[in-house]
Design a protein around this ligand. Structure first.
Ligand code: GLC
Length: 433
């Protein structure tokens, strides 16, 4: 894990660039709707909290602990699809119709700019100030991810970064490069009860974009530069995409790898079907769950393999926000405050395996025990190296373009060069550059 040494300020710097890029257009300036809809004393209020499928049980625990502390608030958990893109589309349908059927919901790091600009979110600054929430206790980049046009629209809940999981009982030295990974995966495929060499997310959905960015960035490729110009058509991006195609079309991955999301990945991995897999930190909680995993205590975690330019993880993670049309802003905020504060994030770390954004938790012995990652200073610092996806209100269009063109290349319907050229042209159209 020593390879993960990197300054936390890197994350801050990266996210500052993004938030600057995100500033400057439109923005919804709606004020919070006062205390409207708050419970009258003694009256019980129900709020609906939505998030994507939770395979860990952390959400139910958070709701249970919150309700114990707030006997006047009932939280109904509405489980959304595991696929972030599908959840996104359902929220957009609901929120663009000004529906109040959900009060609180989790936002993928790629959404706040879009949702804030569309006016779907209640600004949180007033609550943050009133309740003395010290945002300096949070990983700066995670706070920035919820900030748009100078307002805080969502509170950071946890951060994600792509990791390489490997079977300690089968792998002597985790691979340092993509070529080493390919070689080791070929050699180990079929050994120790495995069927495959490597698992990743190659379905046409958001996870594909995350995997793609890791490949191209590890060879020095980028989608946009710091000023938001489209720079995807470069020899570096082409090289990275070629490596991705080589792995996806090799026989180390399952034949149906282009149907794999995180769900298929972790299911196969905890069944013991592969020596290597790429996934987010939450999978460690499942690996160590005796009720579902066949590989308890057999798994190590390392940085993703490097290309010419080093090892790169895509920055992921989730924030929590409030529906602007909620009838219960006060109760909704209480829940957001609890879930994204020290107590809620501790539950997310311990039961959900996800990395806190609330920094003091990294010194908490129970959190450190939950995942080997959390006691490694280098891990928190590694997140700082993670590469964000473009932050812009039109992100869904950018993502769609990448998903379609990369999928065609993976299916052998076009070359890496053609894919990159098509992406360049379509991205320029969408971004008006
Ligand atoms: C994880 C990440 C999120 C990303 C998604 C892709 O949930 O936290 O940022 O978009 O995976 O599948």
């Amino acid at each position: 894990m020593r390879a993960w040494r990197k300054a936390l300020s890197g994350l801050l710097a990266a996210m500052m660039v993004i938030s600057l890029a995100a500033c400057g257009s439109g923005g919804n300036e709606a004020a919070p709707s006062g205390d409207g809809g708050g419970a009258k004393s003694g009256e019980k209020v129900k709020i609906v909290y939505a998030r994507g499928k939770d395979v860990t049980g952390a959400t139910l625990k958070i709701v249970e602990e919150f309700e114990k502390r707030h006997p006047n608030i009932d939280v109904e958990f509405r489980e959304m699809p595991a696929d972030t893109g599908q959840s996104h589309d359902q929220y957009v349908t609901m929120l663009s119709a000004k529906s109040d059927e959900i009060d609180v919901f989790d936002l993928d790091v790629i959404w706040p700019a879009e949702f804030a600009q569309a006016g779907y979110l209640l600004p949180l600054d007033r609550f943050i100030e009133r309740d003395g929430i010290n945002l300096d206790n949070y990983i700066p980049g995670a706070v920035e991810a919820g900030n748009y046009n100078g307002q805080q629209w969502a509170m950071p809940k946890f951060l994600d970064a792509g990791l390489l999981y490997y079977r300690k009982d089968l792998v002597k030295n985790p691979p340092k490069t993509w070529d080493e990974l390919l070689a080791q995966a070929k050699e180990l495929k079929g050994k120790g009860g495995t069927q495959f060499g490597y698992l990743m997310q190659a379905k046409q959905y958001e996870g594909l974009v995350c995997n793609f960015i890791e490949f191209i960035a590890s060879y020095g490729g980028k989608v946009l530069d710091d000023k938001g110009n489209v720079v995807i058509n470069s020899p570096e991006t082409i090289k990275g995409l070629k490596k991705m195609i080589e792995i996806v079309r090799s026989d180390v991955v399952p034949q149906n790898i282009t149907t794999f999301t995180e769900l298929e990945t972790h299911t196969a991995f905890i069944e013991g079907q592969a020596p290597f897999t790429r996934n987010w930190p939450y999978m460690y909680a499942l690996v160590q769950d005796k009720n579902q995993s066949k590989v308890v205590d057999k798994v190590g975690v390392a940085p993703l393999p490097a290309g010419d330019a080093g090892s790169v993880a895509t920055l992921g993670g989730w924030l929590t926000g409030i529906n602007k049309y909620t009838k219960h802003p006060e109760e909704a905020w209480e829940f957001v405050k609890f879930m994204t504060g020290p107590e809620g994030q501790k539950i997310t770390a311990i039961y959900g395996g996800s990395s806190p954004t609330y920094l003091p938790l990294y010194d908490d012995p129970e959190v450190q025990k939950a995942s080997p990652l959390f006691s490694e200073k280098e891990y928190v610092e590694a997140v700082s190296k993670a590469v964000p996806r473009p932050v812009t209100p039109v992100y869904p269009k950018i993502s769609d373009i990448i998903q379609i063109e990369v999928s065609k290349a993976l299916a052998g319907q076009q070359t890496a060069e053609e894919a990159v050229k098509n992406m360049e042209q379509k991205l320029k159209e969408v971004l008006g550059k």
